[in-house]
Design a binder for this molecule. Structure first.
Ligand code: SF4
Length: 641
């Protein structure tokens, strides 16, 4: 096969057996790779009712056909599993170099099943695969463990993914850290690693990837670079400062103190060029990317002197800053560093701390409950301690480690309204009352509320950028439209399908997103570009329409998995604060999310049952998912047309 390596690596940690299987060709055509293939396999191999932290859950790690080629940002990989946070479908993905290395080692997929009886790590050196003891790195931080493994294997250039103490302690929002600084943050992937006593995976590969039509692939890549050049100012800004310049525009959309406001005054000074430049060290790019949007930082003075890490421009200021009312940039970076070292998700851990702070403010948690910690907004002496307690399951941290869905059962039912979650998982640091399409996207996302399942351009207000590259987006040009519910279902539907395909190619979201390209001289079709990458690499022709059709198939597989687990329309929801408490400030002042009409429209676009939210037989059959239609029919969970 061109593009794919044709091999699945299956590792049983209980029996310590490693088997190589041939990748069935019909799967790759129907599901492409990475996210899509993983979802298909998860549906087949992880039965309904499986304990997410039991040995029957699986970790399916997938790359796509373009990984390891010259396609910009072609290095991502997805880990798929049943989520210990939501109890539904879960996946998490990352950049770095792991995805390309895995491909060069000769594999499209790794399936990890069972559970080891003592800590282990997996070493993949092309055809040689070993399950090794990890007793010496168990309990150590992600950085310490990665470096120890590289030293042991005598190769500082191999690629690693590693859990920290949070994953070992089965903290439900534990993350996995790739290549010392990139995070697979969402859905509790680190806890599933921990439940299998799998500390890390190290991989090294030197095999190439066979491309069907190298000249065609080169032409598609050249066109991508040209389109970037047509939007040079944006390219330079992202390269120099990361996506933070876009974040500056989020004033009015932020999660101020647990989403109680959207326009905190401290935001703009914290995000100033001066503040960032003062701590910036250098830029790091993922494999096969010329942008290098990731920026390394170091704190050189003050109480957090010596803190260092990467991602100064990303979610740290939004999550550990705004959510917690903390505007000391060094303290924010210190929290981000603790999270990366402990291996815990930024979004959920900061939302857990914000929930605890609001409970403390309301007197629903007291110093008696918190081992004497005064959980006040912006308290830079206490918040780093609280984060470590969650990762180590100490004191109140043990209760919070159970996640936003479960913690209120222990702390008190009256605190439920302060737990900002859907299906137990929290949101990105952007408030959907100021961006209605985001509200719908959060509510319906298959892996729990996710900001990059549809990544709507309306999240970038007042940019002046033309986001109407695709015909479907033309009618959404008015930037004020982010406050309207009408029409958002069609936009979410279209983007979800597009990104399901892109995630299955496993290429970076940023390197081929409309906002990187506009305003280009010529209209630039994103599905068309993805089709060119796919067709040139694999040799199989795919049209723009087929790109979206394959994406739709993948979204439906994930939905079928969730429906089989018991999900219904009532799980596609948002917290009361977004639905009933008007936004108190900023451009969206007075706004709430009117979710139900958007849901009706969305189900109509998807041709799902409006009452139950179940996929219909007609839709599943049309997408070639006959077995899933039979399964759901047997369970009485098939939608009515
Ligand atoms: S744009 Fe950023 S995240 Fe994407 S591939 Fe390049 S460096 Fe990695």
């Amino acid at each position: 096969m061109n593009g794919w390596m044709g091999t699945i690596l299956r590792v049983d940690l209980t029996s310590r057996k490693v088997v190589k299987e041939v990748m069935p060709e019909r799967w790759v055509h129907a599901f492409v790779g990475g996210r899509g293939l993983n979802a298909r396999l998860l549906y087949d191999e992880v039965k309904a009712g499986t304990d997410p932290l039991g040995p029957e859950n699986k970790l399916i790690i997938g790359v796509g056909p373009c990984n390891g080629t010259i396609v910009p940002g072609s290095q991502r990989f997805t880990v798929t599993f049943k989520s210990p946070i939501t109890g539904h479908y879960g996946d998490s993905n990352s950049g770095g170099s792991f995805g390309a290395m895995l491909k060069y080692a000769g594999y499209d997929l790794i399936v990890i099943e069972g559970a080891a009886d003592e800590p282990v790590y997996l070493w993949i050196d092309e055809d040689r695969v070993e399950i090794r003891s990890a007793r010496h790195v168990w309990g150590r931080t992600t950085r310490e463990a990665s470096r120890a493994i590289m030293t042991e294997l005598r190769d500082p250039n191999l690629s690693t993914i590693v859990i920290g103490p949070a994953g070992e302690n089965l903290v439900r929002c534990a993350s996995v850290i790739a290549d010392l600084g990139r995070a697979l943050g969402r859905a509790g992937v680190g806890a599933v690693f921990g439940s299998k006593k799998l500390k890390a995976i190290a991989v090294r590969g030197r095999k190439g990837v066979r491309v069907a039509y190298p000249e065609k692939l080169e032409a598609a890549v050249r066109d991508t670079y040209e389109a970037w050049n047509n939007n040079r100012a944006m390219y330079d800004l992202v390269a120099a400062y990361g996506p933070s310049r876009g974040q500056l525009r989020y004033g009015g959309m932020l999660a101020d103190k647990n989403y109680r406001g959207g326009a905190p005054t401290g935001w703009f000074s914290m995000m100033s060029f001066e503040n960032q430049s003062d701590r910036y060290v250098k830029t790091r790019a993922c494999f096969s990317c010329s942008q290098g949007c990731d920026h390394l930082y170091v704190v050189t003075r003050g109480p957090f002197k010596g803190t260092y890490g990467e991602g100064i421009e990303l979610s740290q200021p939004m999550d550990y800053g705004v959510r917690l009312g903390l505007y000391d940039f060094d303290a924010v970076l210190a929290l981000g560093t603790i999270a990366d070292e402990m291996g815990i998700d930024y979004f959920d851990s900061s939302a857990l701390m914000a929930y605890a702070c609001e409970c403390f403010e309301k007197g629903l948690l007291t110093e008696k409950d918190t081992d004497g910690l005064r959980l006040e907004w912006g308290n830079q002496d206490v918040l780093p301690r609280l984060l470590t307690m969650i990762a180590r399951r100490e004191g109140i941290g043990d209760v919070l480690a159970e996640g936003l869905g479960r913690a209120p059962e222990r702390i008190g039912k009256e605190t439920q309204k302060y737990a900002m979650q859907t299906r137990g998982m929290t949101f990105a640091g952007r408030d959907p009352r100021s961006s209605k399409g985001w509200g719908l996207m959060y509510a319906v996302s298959s892996r729990g509320p996710c900001h990059v399942r549809a990544f709507l351009p309306e999240s970038m207000p007042d940019t002046g950028w033309d986001v109407s590259l695709e015909g479907i987006l033309k009618k959404y040009k008015d930037p004020k439209n982010r406050l309207l519910e009408e029409g958002k279902a069609e936009l979410v539907y279209w983007y979800e399908n597009l990104l399901a395909f892109k995630n299955s190619l496993e290429i970076c979201l940023f390197t081929s997103d409309p906002w990187m390209f506009s305003p280009s001289a010529e209209p630039f079709s994103i599905p068309g570009l993805l089709a060119r990458f796919y067709s040139a690499t694999t040799g199989f022709d795919l049209s723009e329409a087929e790109v979206l059709h394959v994406g739709e198939r993948i979204v439906n597989v994930e939905r079928a998995f969730n429906v089989r687990e018991g999900l219904t329309r009532k799980d596609d929801r948002l917290p009361e604060r977004f639905l009933y408490e008007p936004m108190p400030d900023g451009f969206a002042k007075g706004e709430v999310v009117r979710l139900e009409p958007m849901l009706d429209e969305y189900y109509a676009c998807r041709q799902w049952d409006k009452v139950t939210g179940f996929p219909t037989k007609r839709k599943l059959e049309e997408l070639g998912l006959h077995e899933m239609a039979v399964d759901l029919e047997t369970l009485g969970r098939l939608g009515v047309d």
